[in-house]
Design a protein around this ligand. Structure first.
Ligand code: SF4
Length: 212
């Protein structure tokens, strides 16, 4: 076992405990395959499921597995054009289960997310009956301030490397310049301090590096 894994296996359950104290449901999975199986087990067969743009959710192959299991999904990437895409994004607010990653998690159990449009964060806050957040332990940092810093200076500039067409400083430099450009991916920065209603947000921490 690597030192990395040894550390994650010790810290992960502690963060799970902190999340539960904030009324999230929470689990720690050492391996990503276990996390995918757990996430799928949390979704009732008759649910309508959607998800936000998340490398973690995609990397676990969950969308494909839902489709092959015959689960009804709202997948904006299957839209024929921009109008249909936004229609699917709006419908996602009333789905049963919404899947997303997290940009940062503090050791005391708070989630921090950053978003350009805000659809992913909006669904996290209200709408879908339940939200399943899957996060690699690479997102876990010590304090809430560290989590905000991570979201802004690590997650966002990494994420923008996927979109070289955006006219923003971090796309070219790799560093956040606290921009206010129209293309900025940092319109909304949200702290989820407590889960309300209790248990609506389910957090699966994974003892591996996943996503940004
Ligand atoms: S430079 Fe702008 S878009 Fe890039 S991370 Fe900073 S605020 Fe966000």
């Amino acid at each position: 076992m690597t030192y990395h894994k040894m550390r994650n296996n010790k810290l992960g359950p502690r963060v799970v405990k902190a999340l539960k104290e904030r009324r999230f449901e929470a689990w720690y999975c050492e391996e990503k395959e276990d996390a995918a199986v757990l996430a799928l087990s949390l979704i009732p067969k008759n649910d309508i499921v959607s998800w936000g743009g998340s490398l973690t959710v995609a990397g676990l192959g969950i969308p494909e597995r839902l489709v092959s299991d015959g689960v009804a999904v709202l997948d904006r990437d299957k839209a024929a054009g921009p109008e249909e895409k936004h229609e699917i994004m709006r419908k996602a607010f009333s789905c049963d289960t919404y899947l997303t990653g997290a940009n940062a998690v503090s050791e005391d159990g708070q989630l921090v997310n950053i978003d350009r449009i805000g659809n992913r964060i909006a669904a996290l806050l209200y709408g879908p009956k339940q939200v399943v957040v899957i996060s690699g332990m690479n997102k876990v940092v010590k304090t809430l301030d560290d989590a905000i810093t991570r979201a802004r200076t690590v997650a966002a500039p990494l994420n923008t490397q996927r979109f070289p067409q955006l006219r923003i400083p971090c796309s070219g430099t790799g560093a956040c310049a606290d921009c206010r450009f129209p293309d900025s991916v940092c319109s909304h920065i949200v702290i989820t301090r407590l889960c309300y209603p209790e248990g609506r947000i389910k957090v699966i921490l994974v003892g591996e590096d996943l996503g940004f």
